[in-house]
Design a protein around this ligand. Structure first.
Ligand SMILES: [Zn+2]
Ligand SMILES: [Zn+2]
Length: 296
């Protein structure tokens, strides 16, 4: 169904809209054969707290960014090749509902949709796109995935020594291998994780031991396929977390609007889509629950 959109004017127009919204802060997205499959706002679990982010699903990449002006201006664009993505559904937990993990080779994080229907739609569309891409391109799915970082708020003491209490001076650190929040002394060693950076990165003492032993035994998996475009990201794996600073809290408490519903294009029966410019723009209409972003 998505194939029908490949050369459609509507698709070209949508992609150019996305490019315009990112302006010079984003990269060109119009590529032959690329289709914008869906878009919408998801709540992304960041280091400090959950934050609203605009997501765009294409048939080969997933793009997301910070919302400056809703539907008009985005920045801090992230582009993830779909073959690097693996999804894992999450159980509802308190206010964190309708979530799933987006795991990639260089970074993994949780996102939450406003409703369970939207969650299902997003997961199904992303998985379908990954499946189609792998089948058609012969690309290989990733084999190594980055750890999901434990949010700062979930650790008041070091998760390794269980003693060191975090304060303004005694800062939290994240082990790049297991994602746990640890103190400085418990993460004073670095290890080379080629998926995440070309330089050795901070790991906890547990992981350092495990990784070192594995390396000695020559079992260390270095199955990273070198991609021409993976260089930029590996170098900036660390800085990609910088977006998680608290500078853009304004969009956090924004009430969820009707217009914020995620849209998926060309997801109706193929036969129905005759005039691509008009009928394909079927919005998944579902009752939108308000989402409370304030909680932790
Ligand atoms: Zn510690
Ligand atoms: Zn660790």
């Amino acid at each position: 169904m998505v194939d029908r959109l490949v050369n459609s004017e509507a698709n070209a127009r949508r992609i150019s809209m996305v490019e315009n919204c990112f302006g010079s802060s984003g990269q060109p997205l119009a590529v032959p054969g690329r289709v914008l499959v869906g878009e919408g706002v998801l709540t992304k679990m960041c280091r400090k707290k959950p934050k609203a982010r605009q997501f765009f699903l294409f048939n080969d990449i997933l793009v997301y960014g910070n919302i400056i002006i809703n539907k008009k201006k985005y920045n801090k664009q992230h582009v993830i090749p779909l073959e690097e993505i693996k999804l894992e559904s999450l159980e509802d937990e308190g206010q964190l509902r309708n979530g799933w993990l987006i795991r990639t080779t260089s970074k993994s994080f949780a996102v939450y949709a406003a409703t369970s229907t939207e969650k299902q739609e997003w997961m199904a569309h992303i998985n379908k796109c990954i499946e189609d891409l792998l089948r058609k391109s012969g690309k290989k799915a990733a084999e190594v995935y980055a750890a999901v970082w434990v949010p700062d708020s979930e650790a008041q003491i070091c998760m390794h020594c269980k003693k060191n209490q975090f304060t303004v001076l005694n800062r939290r650190h994240h082990c790049r291998n297991c994602g746990e929040v640890v103190c400085g002394p418990c993460s004073n060693k670095k290890f080379l994780l080629p998926n995440q950076s070309s330089k050795p990165v901070r790991v906890c003492l547990n992981c350092f031991d495990t990784l070192s032993k594995a390396k000695l035994q020559n079992n260390f998996q270095t199955s990273l396929t070198t991609r021409p475009d993976s260089k930029d990201r590996t170098g900036s794996a660390d800085s990609s977390w910088e977006e998680d600073s608290d500078e853009d809290e304004d969009n956090l408490n924004r009430a969820y609007q009707e217009a914020d519903k995620s849209k998926f294009y060309g997801s109706t029966n193929a036969g129905v889509i005759e005039d691509a410019d008009v009928t394909e723009e079927t919005t998944i209409s579902i009752d939108q629950k308000k989402i409370d972003h304030k909680g932790h």
